[in-house]
Design a binder for this molecule. Structure first.
Ligand SMILES: *Cc1c(COP(=O)(O)O)cnc(C)c1O
Length: 314
C-alpha cells in the first residue's frame, strides 16, 4: 500500500549458548523494521483498517490511546502519509500536546488530539459514546484502541503468510491480545506463547477467544486454536508500563550480546519470558521458534539515557 512500509519484514536467526544447549532453532521476525514510527504490529493492525477508510466514505479516522501510545504515533504517521485527517482521543484531561514526546510528535504530524477524562475514556467501546463522537466530529471511521478489532486481527495473521512454514512456537508480547489472536487465527499447528505485559494477565484469553468468535470460526476450530495458546502470565514486572532494574539490565545485556533492541513496555518482557521458559524446561528441545519483534522502539525514549545507541542506525 505504501512504499515506506518494509514488508515482508526480515527473519533473522538468533544464536547463543542457551539456545544451542537446548537444540533450539530461534528466529526473530523483525516487524520492528517495518517502519521507525509505524511500529511493527501497529502497522499490521492498521493496514486493513486504513483500507476500510479508503474504500468507505469517511471524512476522518478517529482512534483512542494513552499518553505513550505506540498506536497513536503509528496512526498519526500513517494518516499523515496518506493525507487522511486523524483524531486521537487521549486518556487524561490534564494532558496537552506538549506533555510528552509521543503526544508532541502525534500533534506535529497533524493528528487532532482530544484529551478526555478517564471516565469518558472508559466508554471507548460503547456505542453511545461512538455516536456522540460522530455527532461531534462528523462521519469518522472509529478504529478501536490499539487497532484491536477484527481487521486488526486479520492484518496480523499476514505475518504467517510471510513465513515459509509454521514453526513449532510463535512468541509475542500481549497488550490487547489482538496480535496473539491474529497469530492463532493464521496457524493450524503452532503453539502461540503470549506474554501479557501487565499483572494477572490470565483474563486476556477471553479477549482472544472473542476475536475468534468475531471472525466467525466454528466452535471446534475455536477450541483447537485456544488449546494452542500458552499464556505466560508471570512476566508483568509489576504492571503495564512498569519496569524493574533487572529488566533494564536485561535490555542492555541483550543489546550487547545479540545486537537486538527490546523496549521495556512490551518486547523485553516477551524475550525475558522466553529465556526463562527455556531455562524452566517449558520449551520442547529441538523446536523451531519464531519470536515476533512487535516493535515499540519509540517507547524507549524514556530510558534511552541508559542505552548508548540509536536504534535506527544499526
Ligand atoms: C501494542 C504493542 C503490543 C501489543 O499488541 P496487542 O495486539 O495489543 O496485544 C506488543 N508490542 C508492541 C511493541 C506494541 O506496541
Amino acid at each position: 500500500m505504501m512504499n515506506i512500509i518494509n514488508t515482508p519484514s526480515p527473519l533473522h536467526v538468533i544464536e547463543n549458548e542457551l539456545f544451542k544447549s537446548f537444540n533450539l532453532n530461534v528466529l526473530i521476525k523483525r516487524d520492528d523494521l517495518i517502519h521507525p514510527e509505524i511500529s511493527g504490529n501497529k502497522w499490521r493492525k492498521l493496514k486493513l483498517n486504513i483500507e476500510r477508510f479508503v474504500q468507505g466514505k469517511y471524512e476522518k479516522l478517529l482512534t483512542f490511546g494513552g499518553a505513550y501510545s505506540n498506536h497513536i504515533i503509528a496512526t498519526a504517521k500513517l494518516c499523515q502519509q496518506l493525507n487522511i485527517p486523524s483524531i486521537g482521543i487521549i486518556r487524561g484531561e490534564e494532558l496537552n500536546p506538549n506533555s510528552n514526546d509521543t503526544l508532541k510528535r502525534a500533534a506535529e504530524m497533524g493528528m487532532e488530539l482530544i484529551f478526555v477524562s478517564r471516565q469518558d475514556y472508559d466508554a471507548r467501546y460503547e456505542k453511545y459514546y461512538h455516536n456522540l463522537l460522530r455527532n461531534q466530529y462528523g462521519n469518522v471511521l472509529i478504529v478501536e484502541e490499539g487497532g484491536a478489532n477484527y481487521y486488526g486481527m486479520l492484518g496480523v495473521s499476514e505475518v504467517i503468510s510471510e513465513l515459509e512454514h509454521e514453526p513449532d512456537y510463535l512468541v509475542t508480547a500481549i497488550g490487547t491480545g489482538t496480535t496473539a489472536a491474529g497469530l492463532l487465527f493464521g496457524t493450524e499447528r503452532t503453539k502461540v506463547i503470549g506474554v501479557p505485559v501487565f499483572k494477572n494477565g490470565g483474563f486476556i484469553s477471553v479477549e482472544i477467544e472473542q476475536h475468534m468468535l468475531n471472525a466467525g470460526l466454528m466452535n471446534e476450530d475455536i477450541v483447537d486454536k485456544m488449546n494452542r495458546l500458552v499464556l505466560a502470565t508471570d512476566y508483568g514486572f509489576g504492571g503495564y508500563g512498569r519496569t524493574t532494574p533487572e529488566l533494564i539490565n536485561f535490555i542492555n545485556e541483550v543489546y550487547h550480546e545479540s545486537n537486538l533492541i527490546f523496549d521495556q513496555v512490551y518486547t523485553a518482557k516477551m524475550y525475558y519470558a522466553f529465556i526463562d521458559l527455556i531455562k524452566k524446561g517449558k520449551i520442547e528441545k529441538g523446536s523451531e521458534v519464531v519470536l515476533l519483534h512487535t516493535g515499540g522502539i519509540q517507547g524507549l525514549n524514556s530510558i534511552l539515557t541508559d542505552l548508548s545507541f540509536d536504534p535506527f542506525k544499526l
